[in-house]
Design a binder for this molecule. Structure first.
Ligand code: KG4
Ligand code: ZN
Length: 349
């Protein structure tokens, strides 16, 4: 029997991506076109520019993916597309592209939740993870701690009340005029900085909730800058490196603080980490150390499968399709879309 070919389409934020995987979950192509050049002058993603760039990029990215996978239109069996959460204009481009393709070729269309796609990337790369898995998904738009009980049942344990962790990195980089997107630049500069140079308090809530929060860390960094601007005037100088290292250390401490708290109440068989911020070298190392300490097998997506990509969307599409789940051609984007099946928030009380 010929392999079933799944096409994945991702356009929820500022990366246009199309991927091809087969029914065994082998990645035949995973083309990502980033829009860094478009957004860099503004120090952040400009939604209107993002949707226009998706429109320009998507036919080119599609052709590249087809060439890389060495397939033609006739070979595609199933179309999977991110329908949320994300930016409305950006989502519309991918959803309409996928709908047109499914309609024109008479193919099944599978709507995919972007965040569930980040979780599925862990399965795509590492196979069957020992479950339940405590799974941290950290990106530019989301910070979620899940208990993945089965391949289909995700319990939300904690999420951010304000900024996402990646957004906090990006805002620090903007404050320090380091460039866009900031996470990777902060990571690089932090490597030659002192993580103890600047104090950062761990976020606390008066209601005892164990949510995430990153806006206070960002404000504390802004306060250091305002207090002594002269100290930070040398581009990429030691003070900037020290602030990057101290900030990064605080973000990672806060991320892992909740993982430790979850380990006190949930019995888990593995730890896993995904999303764009999973590229962060300090987070990767600290996460592995935590896994070693608790003697838990630890899984982290490779950088290419951590940042936004369509292979994870194709993988989630394959997973849903194999259970008989498909969508219809009147699919619309959903700006807000929950990724969990159950909520069991951590609490300090
Ligand atoms: O998953 P992703 O590609 O897009 C979203 O779904 O948001 O994540 C992008 C985020 C950006 O905020 C970027 O700054 C951050 O991931 N990021 C990093 C690193 N590489 C990417 N943050 C910290 N350290 C890194 N090395
Ligand atoms: Zn993402």
């Amino acid at each position: 029997m010929a392999a079933t070919i799944f096409l994945g389409v991702e356009s929820s934020c500022d990366d246009t991506s199309i991927a091809v995987i087969n029914n065994e979950g082998t990645i035949l192509a995973n083309v990502v076109s980033s829009q860094i050049k478009e957004h860099a002058p503004f120090g952040g993603v400009v939604p209107e520019l993002a949707s226009r760039a998706h429109l320009r990029n998507i036919p080119v990215v599609f052709q590249q993916a087809m060439d890389q996978a060495q397939i033609g239109l006739d070979d595609i069996d199933v179309v999977a597309v991110t329908h949320g959460p994300g930016l409305i204009g950006s989502l519309l481009v991918g959803v309409n592209f996928a709908k047109s393709l499914a309609f024109g070729r008479n193919l099944p269309l599978v709507p995919v939740n972007h965040i569930r796609g980040h979780i599925r990337a862990l399965f795509l790369e590492h196979g069957d993870l020992p479950l339940p898995a405590l799974t941290l998904i950290v990106s530019g738009g989301h910070t979620h701690l899940f208990l993945v009980e089965t391949p289909d049942h995700f319990v939300l344990l904690a999420k951010t009340r304000d900024d996402a962790a990646g957004e906090a990195f990006d805002k620090l980089a903007k404050m320090l005029d380091l460039g866009f997107p900031g996470g990777a630049i902060v990571d690089k500069l932090a490597q030659s900085g002192d993580p103890k140079a600047f104090p950062f308090n761990m976020p606390r809530f008066s209601d005892g909730a164990l949510d995430y929060s990153f806006s206070g860390l960002k404000t504390a960094a802004a306060h250091q800058l305002r207090r002594d601007p002269q100290r930070f005037s040398e581009p990429e100088g030691q003070a900037i490196r020290d602030l990057c290292a101290s900030f990064q250390s605080a973000v990672v401490r806060h991320l892992l603080q909740r993982v430790r708290q979850a380990l006190k109440v949930e019995k888990v068989a593995s730890l896993s980490l995904g999303g764009g911020v999973a590229c962060n070298s300090h987070l990767r190392q600290s996460f592995r150390e935590l896994g070693d300490k608790y003697r838990l097998p630890t899984y982290i997506t490779a950088p290419k499968l951590s940042t936004d990509n369509a292979a994870m969307i194709a993988a989630e599409g394959r997973h849903l399709f194999q259970q008989g789940i498909t969508g219809s051609l009147d699919l619309n984007p959903e700006v807000r879309l929950n990724a969990f099946d159950e909520v069991r928030l951590l609490t300090g009380r």
